[in-house]
Design a protein around this ligand. Structure first.
Ligand code: PBG
Length: 323
């Protein structure tokens, strides 16, 4: 028998060899940690559908952010649970809205931690949809005005990066123009550019109390079956002024992450969403999957596919494992 000219197993023989030829390395600086802020003081309420994640009042949120930064994670992504909801999501753009309060407190205590604010109305509207309603559907252009107001309110509070997740057409332009008009030209936009209407957001709806009261989000979020449409969505957001483009969810959409990374030259973010997290945690708890190994594997693979940064509920766990 001929000896094979090249034997791939030679470089897999020891951990030192494997480590030397490893193509993808994870680091805490790859991660963005999502957090949910709620009204009150000293509140730390575990989210049943997302074990290990909490609704935190501003005071405890700041402490959590301190711990996140100490682990070497550079950024948090904030979601707000307002004290009251209404038809037009007023708390999202109120000067002292829940997220605006949180941003001010974090920035006062931890000025170098990057604060990214999720920008969407679904957590703030009584009907749970991502914008203002007209004839039973979300009215695109009316919603743009509210999103622009919310972006300015978040920037005024001190947010470093605004992350619109609503999937209205033209929102990046509307937000960019509104920010620039009040001299926030240095505030970045991380757009949820290719955001799919995914069943994997299930656990999040409890975390942010944002389930739509009727219907679903398929008239504004993307059809999971489409890949080329993601290219169109990303192209539009870049033309409108996005600085970072996101694909969401991550694991079931790695082909989209890869394509977006290959076809565009902006930094790419991928969001390992609540359902990806909770499914893994459930399997860990049942002893069906090895916890540490599958956490790091899932994140490594998202990075390998092309993500420059990963939004993940495992950020802290992974940072500890990487120490
Ligand atoms: C707001 C928003 C959602 C998520 C992030 N921003 C919910 C949705 O679009 O239904 C989901 C995040 C997750 O599942 O972890 N629109």
């Amino acid at each position: 028998m001929d000896t094979p000219y090249y034997r791939p197993r030679r470089l897999r023989r020891t951990e030192a060899l494997r480590s030397m030829v490893r193509e993808t390395r994870l680091s805490p600086v790859d991660f963005i940690y999502p957090l949910f802020v709620c009204p009150g003081k000293n509140v730390r309420k575990e989210i049943g559908s997302m074990p290990g994640n909490f609704n935190l009042s501003v005071d405890l949120l700041v402490e959590e952010c301190r711990a996140v930064q100490a682990l070497g994670i550079p950024a948090v992504l904030l979601f707000g649970l307002p004290p009251e909801k209404d038809e037009v999501g007023s708390d999202a753009y109120a000067e002292h809205g829940i997220v605006q309060q949180a941003v001010r407190a974090i920035k006062a205590a931890l000025p170098s931690l990057l604060v990214i604010t999720d920008l969407c109305l679904c957590e703030y509207t009584s009907h749970g949809h991502c914008g203002q309603l007209r004839d039973g559907d979300v009215a695109n252009d009316e919603t743009l005005k509210l999103l622009a107001k919310a972006a300015v309110a978040q920037a005024k509070a001190g947010a470093d990066i605004i992350a619109p997740s609503d999937m209205m057409d033209g929102r990046v332009r509307a937000i960019r123009q509104a920010l620039d008009a009040v001299h926030f030209e240095n505030i970045s936009i991380l757009s949820y550019a290719a955001k799919y209407a995914s069943g994997f957001y299930g656990p999040f709806r409890e975390a942010a109390d944002s389930a739509p009261k009727f219907g679903d989000r398929r008239s504004y979020q993307m059809d999971p079956a489409n890949q080329r449409e993601a290219i169109r969505e990303v192209t539009l957001d870049i033309e409108e002024g996005a600085d970072i483009i996101m694909v969401k969810p991550a694991m079931p959409y790695l082909d989209v992450v890869y394509r977006v990374k290959t076809e565009f030259d902006l930094p790419v973010a991928a969001y390992q969403v609540s359902g990806e997290y909770s499914a893994l945690v459930a399997a860990h708890r049942n002893g069906w999957l090895e916890r540490d190994r599958t956490i790091l594997e899932s994140l490594t693979c998202i990075k390998r596919a092309g993500a420059d940064m990963i939004i993940t509920y495992f950020a802290k766990d992974a940072a500890v494992l990487l120490r």
